[in-house]
Ligand binder design. Sequence first.
Ligand code: GUN
Length: 280
Amino acid sequence: MDGKALAARVRQEVAAEAAELGRPIGLATVLVGDDPASHVYVRSKRNACEEAGIDSIHHELGATTSEEDVLALVADLNADGRVTGILVQLPLPDQIDEERVIRAIAPIKDVDGFHPVNAGLLLQGTPTLLPATPAGIMELLATHDVQLQGARAVVVGRSNIVGKPVSLLLLMQHATVTICHSRTRDLVAVCREADVLVAAVGKPDAVTAEMVKPGATVIDVGINRVDGRLVGDVAEDAREVAGLLTPVPGGVGPMTIAELLRNTVKAARYQTGALAFPRL
Ligand code: GUN
């Protein structure tokens, strides 16, 4: 499944929608500290914004920044009319409570979909701003006509960013969903049942050939650096057993960025009233 090609289509669509809106759209990115991977991700997100006609408003803070200062910046961005969406890149340095920062973002500007209001609306089956990686995974599955109704879906990983939200989206499409994690007993046997297997572990070779049912659809969310090379969570030999699968790089990664842009335009439409955000 070619995420790069699909993401290019989505980005074109989003650029057209952004132009149609007839008012400036701005994505504020907040990067705290000097995690090299985070710097790379944020740069990609900012470039994608500019290309789609979305203003990129970037804030970079030092590794020793206090939680108070990050919260003050988020409050400013909430109040700033030029800022349509707010993205605080994770992880944050240890002295900062990530959950508290996420809760400080106005839900209507929460283009990551991480705020408890947006996460809760997704849980209840009325999604608003969806986390970008799960949204991208669902778009890849839909584009390739992967049958989800009644299918066995197994998600390995239970993070708030990927594992939990993608499980809810698969459930909404009437899959029978199992969430696995580091304490799952008999992980191999559980994974081998999957018609759709989502690997969101963050470890190379977390999914091996024996864990894949021949012909299954495998989504590899991993981005791991091994000897200067990017590899996913799915081992090379498992890739041969799969029916459809996403490459790394060029699979889920580009879709995440495309869906972030989609969310930013959606947030703008919530803010103009073109779309109704649920009343709280
Ligand atoms: N860190 C890893 N993935 C993400 C993401 O999707 N959004 C943000 N803000 N931080 C991340």
